[in-house]
Design a protein around this ligand. Structure first.
Ligand code: C5J
Length: 348
């Protein structure tokens, strides 16, 4: 089933909506005020996204099956831009918009007769070209607008000299070599407008979200919640728990605080991805065989197509990194794809 937003209200039952016959009316909705109505005396309202100003556009939401949606779209004018549209209730849906450039060329869109705006969850191939990354076991095809970069646990305690990881006797240089490639992928993703998500492994200060098995595992002198070299170990808000400065999240980039290895477990990661209709994940981070692997496996079972960036993931045990990557791409990509950062950046 697809959800479709029809620009303009109170049109139900009118001839204008003939091709919506059979769709289920869900109610009236408004866009967040970032759109400008483009119309001649508001008789034929269309809209395009604006940088500033703009208004909330009211419309009706319909649910329909794939066949009906195809029929509705077949009846629409060509050259419509498909892009993300924000609704007032916080959802972002993909939409068919009147492109600004076209709006300038065609000040009178009434030449298209009973033109109207649809916002729906369908993606028009011509307007959303697939991109390709040279990857293993074979080319990774993805739609940039449905792709998120997920950077796993690039936290000070894991990566920095003097942190918890090093305190346990690990050689952090194996993880630090991933910083530069990850930064290049991050910069490219930001430039390409991808959704960027960061995760951090850790627990609330009260530790009520810390499973006992995790707390006692390893039988070390110090464990999660105890004082470590950079504050309480793996506790949110402590210095060591935070993301390294080189890859620090920008405003608006979700940071997922996860109590487990799997970034989907006890977090709103899946909700955030579904809300943006994300289907493809480009994954960087540490450590390859623990949080990266666990998250990629969980994502794969949820239907996401995952590509792990080989030189942007690391382990304290280089052998585990190598085998971890082999396991992802084995058997025709049983968990996903593997590519180098250079190829990812080139494609983005
Ligand atoms: C992560 C860990 N992030 N190795 N954690 O992999 O405990």
């Amino acid at each position: 089933m697809k959800t479709l937003f029809v620009n303009g209200t109170l049109m139900r039952g009118l001839e204008l909506h003939g091709n919506l016959a059979g769709a289920e009316f869900l109610g009236e909705f408004k866009t967040s005020p970032r759109y400008r109505l483009h119309s001649i005396d508001d008789i034929h309202p269309g809209m395009f996204e604006t940088e500033e100003g703009g208004v909330a556009v009211t419309g009706e939401l319909y649910r329909m099956d794939e066949d009906l949606r195809r029929r509705v779209e077949a009846g629409e004018p060509p050259h419509l831009y498909i892009g993300a549209v924000s609704l007032e209730d916080g959802r972002v849906v993909d939409g068919v918009l009147f492109p600004k450039a076209e709006a300038v060329k065609h000040p009178d869109i009434s030449k298209w007769g009973d033109w109207r705006l649809y916002i729906n969850t369908k993606h028009q191939k011509a307007e959303r070209p697939m991109k390709h990354i040279d990857a293993e076991p074979y080319e990774f095809d993805f739609e940039p607008s449905r792709t998120a970069l997920v950077i796993i646990d690039m936290q000070r305690d894991f990566l920095e000299p003097g942190g918890f990881g090093e305190m346990l006797g690990n050689d952090v240089s194996h993880l630090r070599s991933t910083i530069e490639p990850t930064k290049r992928v991050l910069d490219a993703a930001r430039r390409a407008g991808l959704l960027v998500i960061h995760t951090r492994e850790g627990h609330a200060a009260h530790l009520r979200d810390l499973q006992e098995n995790k707390r006692i595992r390893g039988r070390g002198d110090r464990t999660i919640g105890d004082m470590g070299p950079m504050g309480r170990i793996l506790v949110r808000g402590e210095e060591g728990h935070d993301i390294i400065p080189e890859l620090y999240p920008q405003e608006g980039e979700p940071v997922i605080d996860k109590p487990g290895k799997d970034a989907f477990y006890a977090t709103d990661l899946e909700h955030i991805l579904r809300q943006r209709d994300i289907r493809y994940l480009i994954v960087c981070g540490v450590t390859t065989e623990v949080c990266v692997h666990t998250t990629v496996r969980a994502a794969n079972d949820r239907g996401f197509e995952c590509l792990v960036v080989a030189d942007a993931t690391g382990s304290y045990f280089p052998e585990f990194r190598r085998v971890g990557l082999d396991m992802i791409k084995a058997q025709g990509g049983i968990f996903g794809w593997v590519a180098d950062s250079g190829d990812v950046v080139k494609a983005l």
